[in-house]
Design a protein around this ligand. Sequence first.
Ligand code: MN
Ligand code: MN
Length: 312
Amino acid sequence: MSQHGFAYLSQNTFLKAPPGDAARPFAVAGIPFDGAVTNRPGARFAPDAIRRASHMLCDGTHPLFDVAPLDWLTDVGDLVAPNTALEAAREALQPQIAALLGRHHLCWLGGDHSVTLALLRAYRARLGQPLALVHFDAHCDTWVDHFGEPSGHGTWTYEAIQEGLVIPEATVQIGIRSAGVRKAREYVNDVGGRVFTARELRGRESPEQLAGVIDEIRRRVAAAGNAPVYLTLDIDCLDPAFAPGTGTPEPGGMTTAQVLTLLEELHDLPWVGMDCVEVAPPYDHAELTSNAAATFVWTYLSGVIAARRQQP
Ligand code: MN
Ligand code: MN
């Protein structure tokens, strides 16, 4: 660890990783767009806050996986997009995302959840096949319109399935609990996927208690021919007690430990990338939310690197 491990850095990168090193296999990139939120704005400030929170992780050596992602990681900074119309933003993001996918395994820091559709379009194009999807959220994000507009931060899952970006049977939602009509709430179940509601997960936190969830995700990915898996982590999957800093908080949600158990136990899936979205620093307290987000991204990175090192 460097001598001044907690020093406030003017150059803010995730885990203090070197910036913009195209030779490193893993990268963090920010997408500071929050033009599609429905309630409280502010997720545009999240990449900076999550990076800052990650500095608390010091050298980043993970106690479970015993790897330090810093050795493999670069931070490529933030993508540039107008914080105006959603379609204009996605158009601006698309070539930047595609270029980075050619160089790194990425962890994207949102931004609101509308950015995930642009990301999935880019992965689908690059990989030439639809993806399996693990989606943590309080919201189903399968509404067919965004309060009269065709797309928003609550429509992308519906759009991704309609566009063939993800495999419906290998789409799993975890933590869902918001108000919503049955058609939206049950959409993923209705097309053959699986929705684990927050109610179903109450009181289940250990690997043993969550074995049913873990096994079902593994089974669905295997049944899809071990398709590449994408993780999208809407921080509002957490109860507001653990993540108050978000635009659409929904009480009665998951614990940080519950999400960590799932990420740890599933670390050896064929992951191809992740995003963590909807952190809204203006409503955060004691940096609870950005700390949780930084820990999730670090755990994902450590788990993926550990799994790949164990392969022959
Ligand atoms: Mn969402
Ligand atoms: Mn949400």
